[in-house]
Ligand binder design. Structure first.
Ligand SMILES: *[C@@H]1O[C@H](CO)[C@@H](O)[C@H](O)[C@H]1NC(C)=O
Ligand SMILES: *[C@@H]1O[C@H](CO)[C@@H](O)[C@H](O)[C@H]1NC(C)=O
Ligand SMILES: *[C@@H]1O[C@H](CO)[C@@H](O)[C@H](O)[C@H]1NC(C)=O
Ligand SMILES: *[C@@H]1O[C@H](CO)[C@@H](O)[C@H](O)[C@H]1NC(C)=O
Ligand SMILES: *[C@@H]1O[C@H](CO)[C@@H](O)[C@H](O)[C@H]1NC(C)=O
Ligand SMILES: *[C@@H]1O[C@H](CO)[C@@H](O)[C@H](O)[C@H]1NC(C)=O
Length: 441
């Protein structure tokens, strides 16, 4: 039995270089050796897979759904028009059929912009390509062979913004089945425990990846986020550009970006806030079980109705011990629960990113042709939303609307799930924040 150890892979000039400790006979079973050049130095083989770099060396000549996008643009779908800002590039994605660039400006809806292409040495490739901003902070561009970096300008001859690298989204199969997109963090309430409780909850529900967005956060809170990055369970996107804005104004940018980021990377992606826990109710199984059992391929989104659980205090500032951790976990501390909101009311969903034409916080504004949404019944699942009463004056204003849905009652998580959650949260926060007693002496 031959052993194959994949050391690491590097993307150089858009071509795949694999560094492996291998035996040639193993290789031939995996790659077509006729198109593979192998050089050997001791047991370290550097394999250059000369597939013409087809993966990253493709030119396309039409944008998918272009006419539909122009129609939606004319209807002003997703137009919010916040503030005044110039183009700022956040991220760029290369898919099989196109490139998408996410910007953090929200005042350029529908405007003409130009995509610029660069190779790995940041040398310009060809003439700029004319496109439009749609949805509100997204620009689709054709793929162009040899491109590693892209940029944008308002006029074709303007100096492009600093080019940014293309993130690879040309995978044939998504790496994750169920991931979670989380609204950007801002504000001063401590979040370390909320983050652990959130991540561990969704992991118990079968999620394997988390896309976090960060506008503002304490260094202490940041440590747990980075720890989830360390273990390959999360990435953190920094929301920053040179134009100031209130913390909540990053939200729609996250929504648009996470559709792009999760597309081809995750089969399903939930769009939620840190205080929202999508929960199956009478359905026996996890969220992942539910997703895997969706037979109807036209379903591009499943939507959960809301129940608000009254959170009345700030979260603790720092880790103390296990007892204090459990005491302050929102799922353990708060039980006063509103009646379920009506269908659609501030609902949250899990979507298949590639079916979405234009996304919103609570539902997809547009699906690509052939897809639609299924609304979960409250018997299948709801959002358990641990809503702070004081933030945004919620407990004085919104509460009236929520109280009108019906009576409040005490509800808890199902006992077994609750127990598992407590266990995993206590373990992780102790691991990350608990100081060992035997450091330098
Ligand atoms: C990329 O493709 C073009 C033709 O489409 C070809 O001329 C060029 O050699 C390719 N580059 C690499 C690095 O494979
Ligand atoms: C790329 O590979 C294909 C198939 O192996 C071959 O026919 C073609 O000539 C190659 N093109 C380049 C530019 O190397
Ligand atoms: C924004 O763009 C305008 C017009 O091109 C320019 O005058 C201004 O300096 C830019 N501001 C920043 C902060 O880039
Ligand atoms: C945990 O911390 C609290 C608050 O400091 C303290 O009262 C309690 O005794 C501690 N419990 C344990 C088991 O150390
Ligand atoms: C639950 O919350 C509602 C709304 O704030 C409040 O009116 C009610 O008294 C609370 N119930 C309990 C048992 O605390
Ligand atoms: C909870 O766990 C116990 C013991 O493992 C098991 O017997 C019981 O069926 C579980 N309950 C549910 C609702 O899963």
């Amino acid at each position: 039995m031959k052993e194959l150890v994949i050391g690491f892979a590097l993307l150089v000039a858009g071509c795949l270089l694999l560094f492996q400790l291998v035996d040639d006979s193993v290789l031939s079973g995996i790659f077509s050796l006729s198109s593979t050049q192998v050089t050997k130095a001791d047991r370290l083989s550097v394999i250059y897979i000369n597939n013409n770099c087809t993966k990253h060396n493709v030119t396309t000549n039409e944008l998918p759904y272009h006419d539909l996008h122009m129609k939606w643009m004319a209807e002003e779908v997703t137009k919010e028009n916040y503030a005044k800002a110039n183009i700022s590039l956040e991220a760029a994605y290369e898919y099989v059929d196109q490139i998408a660039i996410q910007i953090t400006s929200q005042n350029l809806f529908g405007e003409k912009v130009y995509c610029h292409y660069f190779d790995s040495n940041k040398k310009k490739i060809g003439e700029p390509f004319e496109s439009n901003v749609f949805p509100e902070s997204v620009i689709y561009c054709l793929r162009r062979a040899g491109t590693n970096y892209v940029s944008l300008t308002k006029k074709p001859n303007d100096t492009p913004e600093y080019p940014i690298p293309l993130l690879d989204r040309t995978m044939e199969k998504p790496e994750h089945y169920f991931s979670v997109c989380i609204a950007p963090f801002f504000g001063t309430e401590p979040k370390w425990l909320m983050i652990a409780e959130f991540v561990e909850w969704y992991k118990l529900q079968g999620a394997t990846y988390f896309y976090f967005y960060l506008a503002e956060m304490s260094l202490y809170d940041r440590i747990i986020l980075d720890d989830y990055v360390r273990t390959g369970e999360a990435e953190v996107v920094i929301m920053h550009d040179r134009f100031d804005r209130p913390g909540d104004r990053w939200h729609m940018l996250e929504i648009h970006d996470c559709i792009l980021r999760s597309r081809a990377h995750s089969k399903w992606a939930a769009f939620v806030d840190i205080d929202e826990r999508l929960t199956m109710t009478q359905y026996k199984g996890t969220i992942l079980d539910y997703l895997k059992n969706i037979g109807d391929k036209s379903i591009g989104s499943i939507q959960y109705r809301q129940r608000w659980i009254m959170k009345t205090e700030d979260q603790p500032e720092k880790y103390i011990n296990a007892t204090e951790t459990v005491k302050w976990m929102t799922t353990q501390r708060y039980t006063n629960t509103s009646h379920v909101g009506p269908p659609g009311h501030t609902a949250k969903c899990i979507v298949r990113p590639e079916t979405i034409g234009a996304m919103f916080i609570h539902y997809p504004r547009k699906f690509n042709p052939g897809f639609n949404q299924y609304g979960l019944t409250p018997e299948e699942g709801v959002v358990r939303h641990y809503r702070d009463q004081r933030f945004d004056n919620w407990g004085k204003t919104w509460i009236k609307e929520v109280a009108a849905f019906g009576p409040f009652e005490d509800t808890k998580l199902e006992e077994n799930v609750s127990k598992q959650l407590v266990e995993t949260v206590v373990k992780r926060v102790k691991y990350v924040y608990g100081k060992a007693q035997n450091g330098y002496k």
